[in-house]
Each structure stands twice: as structure tokens, then as C-alpha cells.
Design a binder for this molecule. Structure first.
Ligand SMILES: [Zn+2]
Ligand SMILES: [Zn+2]
Length: 262
């Protein structure tokens, strides 16, 4: 295992190389605005189609939960597993994203670095198409409003995914620690970015539901404990504790205490 100094130097070297290899025009603010704009427009469109107070709304949280498990599956089996037809996803995530952000360097340096945090601009179209097709099937089987509610849940999940992943790679603003789900996800994702843990632990980015249900959380806690763990580091599974270097432990707020994290 490389020394902390060598690991940090390797991350910085990778960042320089990545930026040199992607010199073209790019605006992180525009990229984020595109995702936020398309998602909120679609969410608004869905809400306008559904009658207030009807049973159809229940399809939205169901879609969110299904997407939470889908997010876990895609992360584990395409982003951390080299499957030839989808190797672009694996390369972008395991090789680029996980070498750009490591346990010693979790934060972006500028908005240009959003290129390697946010999913490519075309992803929103793929997500909308996938949930739209499921919505059309539900419309044929049940009712058109049930289909719109499914699309609502699916797009909301995608937007929450992007927002929480982005928040996990922002500098350590103190007030993050006071936000329950956000602080939980930031700590979870910091653990996930340890090179020795990435394929096995904390594969959720929205809420750690699938991680808890499928036992890939790094914590020894019940569901509510995992969900509201925030920055606590005293409930790690023993096998996780053995696999992360001592320098990773920093009291109750690991990202705040991680060297060079901001
Ligand atoms: Zn990440
Ligand atoms: Zn990952």
C-alpha cells in the first residue's frame, strides 16, 4: 500500500493529466444548469398531468425506490465491473472518477472539474427514455396518470442522485454537517472513494437503502442508524476498519478531518 504522501501525489498527478487531456471548451455551470433545467421541467410536466389527491401518486415513491436499487446495481455491475460492451462506463467511473477523487482529495478545485462529477449531458435523455417507457407500459396496464407518476419518481431520483453526488465532491462547508441525509451521503461516498473499498461498499448515492438491504453498507447499524449516521465513524464493520488506513480516522466527521479534502 502506498504511503499517504505517495497516494496524494499520485492523485494530484492524475488530476493534472486528466485536465491536460480535456482542454476544450467546457462550462461546469452550464452542465449543471442543463441537468437541473431538464429535470425540473420534466418534473413540472409530470405534476401537471396528475390529479391532486389520487392514488396514482403512490407510483412516484415506488419508482424512486426501484431506481435506488437500479442505481446500486449499475454502480456495482457496470461502473466497477469491466463488461466489454459497457466498458466506457467502467473507464469513466473506475479509472477516471475514482483516480481523480480519492480519500485524500474528495473536492473539486473549480467548476471545470464538474465534467468528471456529473453524468454526461446526454444521460438525462436516457433516464427519461427508460422511465418514460416504463410509464407508457403502466399507462397501458393501469392508467396514464400512474405512468406520469412513475416518470415523476424516476426523474426526481435522477436529480437527487446528481445533487448528492455533486455535494459529495464539494469542499467541506461546515453547515453540511447539520444536514442529516447530505452529511450521511458525504461520509458514505468518502468511504466508497477509498481505493481498497470502492467495489464493495456504499454503492448508493441517493439514500443508502439498497446498501442496507443488500449488506454493502460499511456500517454495523440498523436502517435508521445507517440513514441518519451523518459523519459518525464509530460503527464501522470490523472488516472495513481493517481495510482503511489509520490516517482515514478523524473523529466524528471524517470528511472534515481528511487532509487536503478541501
Ligand atoms: Zn464520486
Ligand atoms: Zn464508484
Amino acid at each position: 500500500m502506498p504511503t499517504p504522501r505517495a497516494a496524494a501525489a499520485r492523485t494530484l498527478r492524475f488530476r493534472h493529466e486528466y485536465r491536460d487531456n480535456h482542454p476544450g471548451r467546457y462550462s461546469g455551470k452550464l452542465h449543471a444548469a442543463w441537468i437541473a433545467g431538464c429535470s425540473t421541467a420534466l418534473i413540472g410536466l409530470c405534476i401537471l398531468q396528475i390529479v391532486p389527491g389520487g392514488w396514482h401518486w403512490v407510483m412516484a415513491p415506488i419508482a424512486f425506490v426501484v431506481a435506488n436499487f437500479g442505481e446500486w446495481w449499475l454502480h456495482k455491475h457496470t461502473m466497477h465491473w469491466r463488461f466489454e460492451p459497457l466498458k466506457t462506463l467502467w473507464h469513466r467511473h473506475t479509472i477516471e472518477h475514482h483516480n481523480f477523487f480519492t480519500e485524500t482529495h474528495m473536492a473539486v478545485d473549480s467548476t471545470r472539474d464538474l465534467r468528471i462529477v456529473l453524468l454526461p449531458p446526454i444521460a438525462i435523455l436516457g433516464v427519461a427514455l427508460l422511465h418514460g417507457l416504463i410509464g407508457i407500459a403502466l399507462g397501458a396496464l393501469l392508467d396514464a396518470q400512474a405512468g406520469w407518476a412513475w416518470l415523476l419518481g424516476g426523474i426526481t431520483h435522477y436529480l437527487v442522485y446528481e445533487m448528492l453526488h455533486l455535494a459529495s465532491h464539494l469542499p467541506n462547508y461546515r453547515w453540511f454537517a447539520s444536514l442529516p441525509i447530505l452529511s450521511t451521503v458525504r461520509r458514505n461516498h468518502w468511504i466508497h472513494h477509498h481505493q481498497s473499498l470502492m467495489p464493495d461498499y456504499n454503492l448508493n448515492l441517493t439514500v443508502p437503502l439498497a446498501d442496507w438491504a443488500l449488506d454493502t453498507t460499511d456500517l454495523q447499524r440498523n436502517f435508521w442508524g445507517v440513514l441518519f449516521n451523518r459523519y459518525r465513524m464509530d460503527c464501522l464493520k470490523p472488516e472495513v476498519q481493517q481495510r482503511i488506513p489509520e490516517r482515514s480516522f478523524g473523529g466524528d466527521a471524517p470528511p472534515t478531518h481528511t487532509p487536503h479534502s478541501g
